[in-house]
Design a protein around this ligand. Structure first.
Ligand code: NAD
Length: 265
């Protein structure tokens, strides 16, 4: 092993700090990422959308093994992001990584036919679920002075048609394309950008997709590993992507879906 190799450190994120955007409750993939990162020694800021979940997310931050605080961050406006970043910079001027685990589409867009997507529903879904990652990456770039790693969460519905996933399909496709463009822009500053494509997991966001239980049943039956993906598996894969172990990896999507995406039938 070369001298100074990251595996010499027992904890993968010892001495690192990062921001996990999009914790709503204990089922959130963002919280699983926070748990995995904290267990590996990271100091964290967890962000939540609004005061409705503030108390819960503050309690979740307190429950982590390492130092963590919770701050509000609504990504639907530039003003919301600006004010969130003012607070973030006060607490963590030079983060090493960020995890974007945020998506939204109006519930009525996640049932019926895709072709009935409204202009307003499209704009909201693409804005909150895809553009917010670029806007957030642009704000993170100057802070990550030692280089860094940003990860976002995507889903197979970007590539294949999932019943009722509808407008979220194009939103995730836009998000995955943004990962590649951001990686090309920010690579010269040693900032890596990747996505994790998680298998279906029961969460608040998932419950908005009509017939979501079917996604779980079919994935369990067809996936090579013959089970559903767990949130801690997504958290651990995300830790790999924000740690130095993945220092040669950028612009890619890491599938954490028990292999489901390779199956044709
Ligand atoms: P979740 O409901 O726990 O998380 C979604 C988060 O987005 C919530 O914290 C919510 O508050 C936040 N959010 C929505 N609008 C926002 C806004 N305007 N400003 C700030 N935050 C906002 O559900 P989750 O399943 O953990 O979703 C996290 C990510 O994982 C999403 O990108 C989702 O598409 C992705 N994902 C989920 C699954 C799954 O099956 N659950 C699979 C693959 C990918």
């Amino acid at each position: 092993m070369e001298e100074g190799h990251p595996r010499e450190n027992a904890m993968l994120l010892q001495g690192k700090s990062g921001i996990v955007f999009g914790v709503a409750n204990k089922r959130s993939i963002a919280y699983a990422c926070a748990q995995s990162a904290s267990a590996q020694g990271a100091t964290l800021i967890l962000t939540y959308q609004n005061e409705r979940v503030e108390k819960t997310v503050k309690e979740l931050a307190d429950s982590l093994p390492n130092e963590a605080i919770a701050l509000p961050c609504d990504v639907s406006t530039e003003a919301g992001l600006d004010s969130a970043f003012e607070k973030i910079v006060d607490h963590m001027p030079n983060p090493h990584f960020g995890v974007h685990s945020i998506a939204f589409a109006p519930r009525e867009e996640l049932e019926g036919r895709f072709c009935d997507t409204t202009r307003e529903g499209w704009n909201t879904a693409l804005d909150v679920s895809a553009y917010s990652f670029t806007s957030l990456a642009r704000r993170m770039e100057p802070l990550m002075t030692e280089g860094g790693s940003l990860v976002t969460m995507t889903y197979f519905g970007s590539e294949k048609v999932m019943p009722h996933y509808n407008v979220m399909g194009p939103a995730k496709a836009a998000l995955e394309a943004s990962v590649r463009y951001l990686a090309a822009d920010m690579g010269p500053n040693n900032i890596r950008i990747n996505a994790v494509s998680a298998g279906p997991i029961r969460t608040l966001a998932a419950s908005g997709v009509s017939g979501f239980s079917q996604f779980l049943d079919i994935a369990r039956e067809k996936a090579p590993l013959r089970r559903n993906t767990s949130r801690d598996e997504v958290g651990d894969a995300t830790v790999f992507l924000v740690s130095d172990l993945s220092r040669g990896v950028t612009g890619t999507t890491l599938w954490v879906d028990c292999g489901y995406h390779i199956m044709a039938l």
